[in-house]
Design a protein around this ligand. Structure first.
Ligand code: ADP
Ligand code: MG
Length: 461
């Protein structure tokens, strides 16, 4: 089918038809006179029932209204006849091809409606993110390849979806591939497709993600994990704008916008010989680096408010905000898991919350953590000492004793009961360390590696 921008297979004999149909993946099947049996209903129904649900077009030698009605009733997408001019036939086929593509896109969109984010859905307030979003808005209308960098959970995939969704390819598919999640040979056939018999188990040929992303966007997540031999194949695909299926020879033209992301430092990967410099240049036409959440604490309140509102609605809880101390703790936390971690923390807090505002008690200990716990405890001790007129020296001694005990316990846990190690870590000499342990009745045996499996009775673990 010249000029239609499709990959086609022509069969001359009806006997070959079923074999081809069950081993390949066709979107459209044109049944011309040699392949259309006298009683075609069963054949048409079986074609329509194939996994790809191909559309069937019957091409008839003459125009016959009754036959046409019968073929349509049997499930044909369209009935054309050979008397039409080449140009008219081509136009009709082109329209049918386009319709199939639309349907495929529709199916893809419906399968993941929750992912249709737009840049407008991003919550942020920090100057860093304001500057970032200005750049992101600028790349939306372009077709340029984008490389998105940043730690895990900062929003790389969400950003890619949003740029696709707001851009000129919004009506096309967005196909996300995690390059780190699949073993090498599977990744290759997932990306580029394969022909029947390309490897054991390849009983049918299949389209790869590149072909599925035709006229849309392919998002290559964790590109830093891609094995080097596939990097070469990917580079060829990017340069030539076509792919060759595994076990195949024919190039298939693909029109896709490429976005890639990684949390690795690609310069280091290049220096170590694990990532190809030429591929890097191809991908990094436009590089967007999402800063970690700890470097944009001003975004925390915006994100928190956004997700409190979302989870309150989803979980039907009357929670409307966060008390100031809790918000301060959230903003001070370092968020190693970035926005993804924040979302989990807020979901849990909304679930736990018994009030209309989230308090410190609803937050996990790593956030309200030891430091503020400790200062709360010393504050209480100070108050109690003054109120009970305990005297400054006694009160201070109690706090110091408590501190010593906590310090030594942590130290010995870290050093796994090895006194030389503990002495080195703490800067205390062995004698002082030993005296302190005796004072607090701490025995090194309690901190040996197997302490969890066999706790000594009464051992402070
Ligand atoms: N600025 C933001 N506003 C709201 N949600 C965000 C923002 N940034 C990230 N998210 C959310 O954080 C989660 C993690 O984002 P994701 O794109 O999967 O991260 P990454 O791909 O970098 O690991 C997603 O649920 C995403 O919707
Ligand atoms: Mg991700």
């Amino acid at each position: 089918m010249d000029g239609l921008d499709v990959r086609s297979t022509v069969l001359d004999r009806r006997q070959e038809l079923w074999g081809r149909l069950t081993h390949d993946d066709f979107d459209l099947v044109v049944l011309a006179p040699p392949t259309l049996p006298a009683d075609p209903d069963a054949l048409i129904a079986s074609i329509c029932a194939l996994p790809e649900r191909p559309g069937v077009i019957a091409l008839r030698p003459t125009e016959d209204a009754e036959e046409r009605a019968r073929l349509l009733a049997a499930g044909c997408l369209a009935v054309l006849w050979k008397g039409l001019s080449d140009q008219a036939l081509r136009r009709a086929l082109a329209a049918l091809v386009e319709r199939r593509r639309d349907e495929a896109r529709q199916r893809h969109r419906q399968s993941r409606p929750e992912d249709s984010s737009t840049l407008g859905d991003f919550a942020y307030a920090s100057p860093a993110m304001q500057a970032f979003m200005r750049v992101a808005h600028r790349v939306v209308p372009t077709e340029s390849t984008i490389l998105i960098l940043g730690e895990t959970g900062v929003g790389k995939e969400w950003l890619a979806r949003a740029i696709h969704h707001d851009g000129p390819r919004a009506s096309g598919p967005f196909i996300a591939v995690n390059c780190g999640a699949l073993p090498e040979h599977l990744l290759e056939s997932e990306l580029f497709g394969h022909e029947e018999g390309a490897f054991t188990g390849a009983t049918r040929s299949r389209k790869g993600f590149f072909e599925l992303a035709h006229q849309g966007t392919i998002f290559l997540d964790e590109i830093g994990e891609m094995p080097t031999h596939l990097q070469v194949k990917l580079l060829h695909a990017l340069e030539r704008r076509h792919v060759v299926r595994v076990g195949g020879e024919r190039p298939v033209r693909v029109d896709v916008r490429i976005m890639a992301a990684t949390n690795r430092n690609l310069e280091e990967e290049i220096a170590a010989g694990r990532f190809r410099l030429d591929l890097y240049y191809r991908l990094a036409v436009m590089t967007l680096t999402l800063p970690p959440l700890r470097d944009r604490a001003l975004d925390v309140p915006a994100l928190v408010d956004n997700y409190v509102a979302q989870f309150a609605t989803a979980l039907r809880k009357p929670v409307t905000g966060v008390v100031p101390e809790a918000m301060r703790a959230l903003a001070a936390y370092r968020w190693p898991g970035n926005v993804r971690e924040l979302i989990n923390v807020i979901e849990r807090a909304v679930l736990l919350c018994q009030d209309t505002a989230i308090g410190l008690a609803d937050l996990p200990h790593q956030i309200v953590g030891a430091p503020s716990d400790m200062s709360a405890r010393t504050a209480n001790l100070a108050r109690a000492s003054v109120e009970t007129q305990q005297g400054f020296r006694d009160a201070r001694q109690r706090v110091l004793d408590q501190f010593e005990r906590e310090y030594l316990t942590t130290l010995l846990l870290e050093a796994r009961g090895r006194l030389a190690d503990a002495a080195q870590r703490s800067g205390l000499n062995a004698r002082t360390l030993y005296d302190l342990m005796r004072k607090h009745d701490l025995r090194k045996e309690a901190f040996k590696v197997n302490r969890v499996a066999q706790p000594e009775p009464g051992a402070p673990v």
